[in-house]
Design a protein around this ligand. Structure first.
Ligand SMILES: Nc1ncnc2c1ncn2[C@@H]1O[C@H](COP(=O)(O)OP(=O)(O)O)[C@@H](O)[C@H]1O
Ligand SMILES: [Mg+2]
Length: 255
């Protein structure tokens, strides 16, 4: 299923929009984005103070063993869990916001994948995930922000891992096809039905109890700032395949 933009992006030139109107929309968009980013930062600081104090309280109460202490401890632990969830959503939100500011440099995608695998391998093993990489030898360079792209790989891999709670295989492939550089991530996990599939790139859409729903929205945004395209193929019970295709950094000389 090719991925269509979910909302008109005011940063993309719209031939039907007068120049003045477009400038106004771009300015408005930038203002709202800055406001949202600022708000997230403002919440982050008090949240870490709250979390730290909760931790101290938990330590204190853990020492007592009266029924009252146990009741308080239970409530504090549930507060701590909610704070962690809020922290994760804020982190994911800030990552989403930062995805719009890439630093693109001609890079070897295979190298970025190798570095990611080295970092992700322990987490994969701990969750019964076997990674099967097939990296093409003849890959042309692509213009990449390696930091942002590692985030793409991590978000896709974590989703694959979460789709296979009892473990499984994640295939990661790179190839040079039709003048473009492709990356595939395939899992044999739970897969998705049509209804889920139609919403996965929406911000805050999640089918997981503690999901932020920002992972794939961030992936999509990062792929777009790389001039990339994305395809998804999935079926319930059969697994999921994400394909990202990027233009090569240097256009090949005419034959
Ligand atoms: N590999 C996958 N297998 C099955 N479902 C997936 C996969 N990747 C994404 N999804 C679905 O897409 C939804 C959105 O994913 P994402 O944006 O990463 O948010 P989150 O992981 O926080 O739920 C998930 O909740 C899940 O339903
Ligand atoms: Mg996710």
């Amino acid at each position: 299923m090719p991925v269509e933009p979910l909302l008109p992006d005011p940063l993309l030139p719209d031939p039907l929009l007068p120049d003045e109107e477009r400038k106004r929309l771009v300015a408005q968009f930038a203002e709202i984005a800055a406001l949202a980013g600022g708000l997230a930062h403002e919440i982050k600081n008090p949240l870490s103070t709250i979390s730290l104090n909760l931790e101290l309280l938990i330590e204190d109460v853990s020492e007592g063993d009266s029924p009252r202490d146990r009741r308080i401890l239970k409530k504090l632990l549930s507060l701590q869990q909610e704070c962690r969830r809020m922290g994760r959503v804020l982190e994911d939100f800030l990552k989403y916001a930062r995805a719009g500011e890439p630093e693109l440099v001609p890079s070897d995608l295979n190298q970025v994948v190798r570095e990611f695998l080295e970092f992700y391998q322990p987490e994969a093993s701990a969750n019964g995930i076997e990674i099967s990489p097939h990296l093409a030898a003849d890959l042309p360079e692509v213009r990449l922000d390696a930091g942002l792209f590692r985030q793409v790989l991590l978000n896709l891999a974590l989703n694959a891992q979460q789709a296979m709670p009892r473990g499984g295989i994640v295939e990661i492939q790179t190839r040079h096809r039709d003048g473009r550089v492709e990356l595939e991530m395939i899992d044999n996990g739970c897969g998705m039905d049509e209804k889920t599939l139609s919403r996965i790139f929406e911000v805050f859409y999640s089918t997981k109890p503690a999901g932020s729903g920002l992972g794939l929205a961030t992936v999509k945004r990062i792929v777009e700032v790389h001039d990339g395209r994305m395809l998804v193929d999935s079926a319930p019970g059969r697994g999921t395949q994400f394909t990202i295709s990027l233009p090569p950094a240097h256009s090949s000389p005419p034959p």
